[in-house]
Design a protein around this ligand. Structure first.
Ligand SMILES: [Zn+2]
Length: 77
């Protein structure tokens, strides 16, 4: 799996199991683009763990490449 710089840094400073949890959590935080496709925070190279920070962020859709303000929501599974 290809990791972004932020993800590599987090991996470096966390234990394997913590990183796994953060990765799983980051994949659950998503936004839906106007193109209708869903992208996770992890997909855009981000890390989000235990719901910190602003739920609104500027992010790029990995499907169509459009950058816009996104409302991040958590998908439970
Ligand atoms: Zn899109």
């Amino acid at each position: 799996m290809k990791l972004s710089l932020a993800q590599k840094i987090v991996k470096l400073f966390s234990s394997g199991s913590t990183f796994e949890k953060m990765m799983a959590d980051s994949m659950r935080y998503r936004f839906t683009c106007s193109c209708g496709k869903e992208t996770s925070i992890w997909d855009i190279g981000g890390i989000r763990y235990k719901a910190f920070g602003n739920p609104k962020t500027s992010a790029r859709c990995t499907h169509c490449g459009k950058i816009a303000m996104r409302t991040i929501y958590k998908v439970e599974n």
